[in-house]
Write a protein that binds this ligand. Structure first.
Ligand code: HEM
Length: 382
């Protein structure tokens, strides 16, 4: 018989005390939240692209007299209200992620924090979405809404990637110079996405058929800046690809940067075609999906630069190889030739040699590759 007081006081702790999910369950819950955070970006885009932004003309109710969309509100009402309902599906996925992560044994505090940040970001985005409606689709709040959704995507991606690896101190797989180049890549990609929202904000897809104010930029100029930034991102990605090959880096970072390059090619092609064909809705929607893929791709590159061992669990991942996110066969020595400094702990040479090296995601590549790097210092810097 459940102790009702205990359940009511802290239902998550109650479940966590009685249930231990497998690693696979934790990873699936994290992946579900990630997939839904991608879907909500595209479904939000569908609201704008079908001109349904004011399909429900107020918030939190759909209209002054109705909580939900009614048949008189027609297609636009159904699309807008459908997107609002999507928030609840996303919230359920985030709730599931919080419960599974919190119930994992041994406790994973960082993962719990990430899962809870998802919750707060969903709440914040619900409110910004409401403000967007109340401000009659002001283009700056529309942009803020998209960027906050990208913030949620960041956290769901990090949760998923962290769920696939353990909590041992990060062990760098590449040198400092490469790491810094990836930081630059991440920052320029973020800027590219921000400028993308300004292209949209000054473009024709305002989200409603009525007169919605636009950002006061020349659309062609801002689209040109956006495309130039995309080229910088492509150039940085190519440079990283060559450098990682030159230093014989582990396969994890090499594969992640290759994936990113391919995604960028597809996204860039969509971008140019939509630019030259008067931004048809279907291509804009594909470009939105592409922007989530680019950002996930960049975060995967970022986290592939170090490894954190295997996730520990009382229960096995039933059939999983049990390897971590990007540890793959890439557990050789640090590539890039220079030594890591503060902020990341380096494992001892013994630990390093002992890290298992099976590939994941169907990749089983050659044995760890030895890069021309000095042996890392055995002294933890943190
Ligand atoms: C390759 C990396 C690229 C990324 C990550 C990216 C990302 C984005 C993002 C996030 C938006 C704003 C979406 C929104 O606020 O709803 C956007 C809009 C846009 N992008 Fe890109 N973009 C890329 C490349 C390009 C290229 C090469 C072009 C070519 C000119 C382009 C053309 C556009 C246009 C025209 C819009 C406005 C669409 C509209 O009016 O709704 N993009 N992009």
């Amino acid at each position: 018989m459940p102790n009702l007081l205990e359940v009511v006081r802290n239902p998550i702790a109650y479940i966590a005390a009685r249930w231990t999910p497998t690693q696979r369950t934790v990873q699936r819950a994290a992946l579900t939240a990630l997939v839904l955070s991608v879907i909500i970006v595209v479904s939000g885009g569908a609201v704008r692209l079908t001109g349904s932004g004011l399909g429900c003309d107020t918030w939190p109710k759909c209209s002054e007299d109705s909580l939900t969309a009614t048949s008189e509100m027609g297609f636009h009402g159904a699309v807008e209200f459908g997107n609002r309902m999507m928030t609840w599906v996303l919230s359920a996925a985030v709730g599931w992620a919080i419960i599974t992560v919190r119930s994992a044994k041994p406790a994973r505090r960082e993962l719990s924090r990430l899962a809870w940040s998802q919750f707060w970001l969903v709440m914040a985005n619900g409110v910004i979405g409401g403000i967007t409606v109340l401000m009659k689709l002001n283009p700056y709040t529309v942009a803020g809404h998209f960027l906050l959704a990208t913030g949620l995507l960041t956290v769901t991606t990090l949760t998923w990637l962290r769920a696939r690896e353990g909590d041992s101190p990060p062990r760098p797989l590449v040198g400092k110079a490469i790491k810094q180049l990836v930081y630059v890549l991440t920052a320029v990609t973020a800027l590219l996405i921000i400028v993308g929202t300004a292209v949209t904000g000054s473009g024709k897809h305002a989200g409603d058929s009525s007169d919605v104010p636009r950002m006061p930029f020349d659309w062609k100029t801002v689209a040109q800046i956006h495309a130039d930034l995309a080229w910088v991102v492509v150039a940085l990605t190519l440079a990283l690809w060559f450098v990682l090959r030159a230093v014989d880096a582990p396969v994890g970072p090499k594969h992640r940067i290759r994936d990113l390059f391919l995604i960028l090619m597809a996204q860039g092609a969509i971008g140019y075609v939509q630019y030259f064909t008067d931004v048809p809705e279907v291509l804009v929607a594909a470009h939105l999906l592409g922007s989530t893929a680019v950002w996930i791709g960049v975060l995967r590159v970022l986290l592939s630069l170090r490894e954190r061992g295997l996730p520990q669990s009382g229960e096995s991942a039933s059939g999983d190889t049990g390897t971590t996110g990007d540890t793959e066969a890439d557990t050789g020595t640090k590539a890039g030739g220079d030594t890591e400094t503060a902020g990341e702990t380096e494992a001892s040479a013994e630990t390093e040699a002992a890290v298992p090296a099976p590939a994941r995601d169907g990749e089983r590549e050659s044995a760890p590759q030895q890069a021309a790097a000095p042996s890392p210092s055995p002294t933890p810097s943190r």
